[in-house]
Design a protein around this ligand. Structure first.
Ligand SMILES: [Zn+2]
Ligand SMILES: [Zn+2]
Length: 673
């Protein structure tokens, strides 16, 4: 901030000029040329890695996978730290030092400015992780966003990796009446020029020519703990949660409101320490690993992003077969130069045999799919044929779930599950990972690759849809199996599927809880699982589970369904209300009492299905989608799920309806064997 710089300079010009590090020169120069609006300076270099958006960054850098917040930690140690836009008062960045608030416990006002909401202390998670990095000698990677103000430089990209730093100081100050943690980072390699230094600036002096000084510190008489001399105004105790916090300077024990940094504190440097090291490589070497192990294309590490070898941008793996630096399908692409980088990597994807993705071929791990608390509420029916062991789970009037468990005898039939699994790996399905808004309010890529065929279907994903006439044969073969299963459950007279969503899951990919209900969809949804095993879970949606929203707004009609909290009491209250024994107000009052007493964070699963290669699941009943949600988690290195629905033609643009028409060839028709 120019004002403060000017004030400091006027107050103590000699002291200021005596600073040793090159950053000091930069700071005083920019301060002397201060105006109301600060001109941003050009930088001298380019970051080793950068990204256009947070999902690409988090998908690519192993040391920063936080889609939210400023700190990335594993096992309570911080490895990456994000410097956003505004920063707070007294945030400071020069060529070697970064001082900022630790973050967390804050609320944003929407303009990027943040207000501290809770006291922070040494027990705050983010503070603990930074302290652990400091104490165990783990370097922290810093990322800075283009809008960052304290740096006062024209940053080249939206998100820029600065490099490795070390945590040298953590202390606390008063932020809007709360104790807020602050951290000071020092660049790990002081001899390497910083790319964000001012253009034309000199290289940093070698360590041997520097006068390394540590900041002064003093022991507090109150708590007997040491604090550094951080502020120009004088020494204070900077230990939070002690009665002497911020004492030592003013007689009344409070801190001055307008603090500025002590110049020695800013110019001091910790001497180099070879024991401090990063635990990751700054730039991941995924591409080199894949050169060595081409069969590993479906494994976890290969599903991560790569850094473009030409322009150093983080590129998430959004394509089934690889990475494209300039992604023509990305709707959120930032306006790039007229000649965007053309680098891409298309993998060979050698076919992975079925046995390589299934660890326990013959064991069914879930013997009792219905949660024991609810077994009496869910009617179960079993029916076996040569091809399938069919299990039906009926949830009262809401609907039913039918699990067609494939017998081994059908798996290797021509055009059967084994065949489809092999062929789908090579088919040109156009599988792509779309970007979605999560419940946490962040933007992330789906944890599966998707392609839609038949009627356009816009729900969880806005997916471009190809007509069935353009679909690969594998899609039609899968669709006809699903049509057969749908007919078995809903009857042949019901509207059959006219849409198919193909999903590809690499290792550790999953589909979180969601429902498949929408006004434009028919009541029956069928899915075919191929490849690795998966677990499919059903549970009540949260508001029906607790009877209210999380902020205790009662649901309009309390359905009281299996899987809900306080089931018996809610059922009894509902009966009393229906019999006129309770007034509307009394009923609401009782319901509110029960809803507020719910302590569980989320409902447990009512039904858990063990999906095997060749299995199909049919969900039937629109109320099932209204009240319940489901999730699918793949258990192996490669899995496909083909899901079919009936999209009501009247809800689709007339010109698009033809896409849902499908006429299988005689040898594509599935007869249930
Ligand atoms: Zn103290
Ligand atoms: Zn590139």
């Amino acid at each position: 901030m120019p004002k403060r710089g000017k004030k400091q300079q006027g107050k103590n010009p000699k002291r200021r000029r005596s600073g040793q590090a090159p950053s000091q020169v930069t700071q005083s120069e920019s301060a002397s040329g201060s105006a109301e609006v600060q001109e941003l300076e050009d930088v001298r270099g380019q970051p080793a890695v950068w990204a256009n958006d947070r999902p690409s960054l988090c998908e690519t850098l192993p040391w920063f996978q936080s889609h939210q917040g400023g700190v990335y930690q594993t096992e309570k140690v911080c490895h990456g730290f994000f410097l956003g836009g505004h920063g707070g008062p007294r945030d400071y960045i020069d060529d070697e030092i970064v001082i900022t608030r630790v973050g967390g416990d804050c609320e944003s006002n929407g303009n990027g400015a943040v207000t501290q909401m809770n006291d922070q202390s040494w027990n705050t998670r983010a503070v603990q992780s930074l302290r652990a990095s400091q104490e165990s000698g783990v370097a922290v990677g810093l990322i800075i966003s283009k809008g960052n103000q304290p740096i006062k430089r024209k940053l080249p990209h939206e998100l820029n990796v600065m490099g490795w730093f070390r945590v040298v100081e953590i202390w606390f100050e008063n932020t809007n009446g709360k104790s807020g943690a602050r951290v000071r980072f020092q660049k790990l390699d002081l001899e390497e020029p910083s790319w964000w230094a001012k253009r034309g600036s000199e290289d940093p002096p070698p360590i041997s020519q520097r006068n390394l000084r540590l900041p002064e510190s003093k022991i507090c008489k109150g708590c007997l703990r040491s604090s550094k001399l951080v502020y120009e105004q004088g020494w204070m105790c900077l230990q939070p949660k002690s009665s002497c916090f911020l004492s030592g300077l003013l007689d009344d024990g409070t801190a001055p409101t307008d603090l500025t940094y002590d110049v020695n504190f800013l110019s001091s440097r910790e001497p180099p320490d070879d024991h401090i090291k990063p635990q990751f490589s700054l730039v991941p070497n995924t591409l080199a690993e894949l050169e060595r192990f081409p069969d590993a294309w479906s494994q976890k590490f290969a599903s991560r992003g790569v850094v473009c070898p030409e322009c150093h941008k983080c590129i998430a793996r959004r394509y089934w077969k690889g990475w494209m630096c300039h992604d023509p399908l990305d709707d959120n692409v930032i306006t790039e130069s007229a000649a965007p980088c053309q680098w891409k990597k298309i993998l060979d994807v050698p076919t992975i045999p079925l046995k390589a993705v299934q660890e326990d071929l013959n064991v069914r791990s879930i013997n009792k799919p219905v949660d024991k608390e609810w077994r009496t509420h869910i009617q179960q029916e079993a029916h076996s044929t040569d091809a399938y062991h069919r299990m039906t789970y009926i949830i009262g009037d809401v609907g039913k779930i039918v699990h067609f468990r494939a017998n081994e005898s059908i798996l290797n039939k021509p055009k059967g599950p084994d065949d489809l699994f092999q062929r789908l790996q090579q088919a040109d399905l156009g599988l792509y990972r779309y970007s979605i808004n999560t419940r946490a309010g962040t933007r992330q890529l789906t944890k599966s690759f998707a392609a839609n065929f038949g009627m356009p279907y816009k729900y969880v994903l806005s997916v471009r849809s190809k007509g069935f006439d353009e679909a690969p044969a594998e899609v039609i073969l899968g669709l006809d199996r699903l049509k057969w299963a749908t007919d078995q459950v809903a009857g042949k007279e019901a509207s059959g599927p006219n849409e198919l969503l193909a999903l590809g899951y690499l290792e550790k990919m999953a589909m979180g809880f969601h429902d498949d209900g929408e006004d434009s969809l028919g009541p029956t949804i069928a899915t075919l699982s191929l490849g690795a095993n998966a677990t499919m879970k059903f549970r009540l949606k949260d508001q029906y589970f607790r009877g209210s929203s999380r902020s205790h707004v009662l649901v309009a009609d309390d359905a009281v369904l299996p899987g809900c909290e306080n089931y018996e009491e809610r059922k009894e209250l509902k009966a009393q209300r229906n019999a006129g024994e309770l007034t509307k107000d009394e009923y609401s009052k009782h319901r509110m009492r029960l809803a507020k007493a719910v302590t569980k964070n989320e409902g447990s699963s009512l039904i858990t299905l063990d999906l095997r290669h060749g299995d199909m699941v049919v969900m039937h009943g629109s109320l099932l989608q209204k009240y319940y949600e489901h999730s699918v988690e793949s258990k192996g290195k490669l899995r496909f799920a083909l899901t079919s629905r009936h999209v009501k033609p009247e809800m689709v643009e007339e010109g698009d309806r033809v896409k849902g028409e499908y006429n299988p060839a005689p040898d594509q028709i599935y007869n249930g064997e």
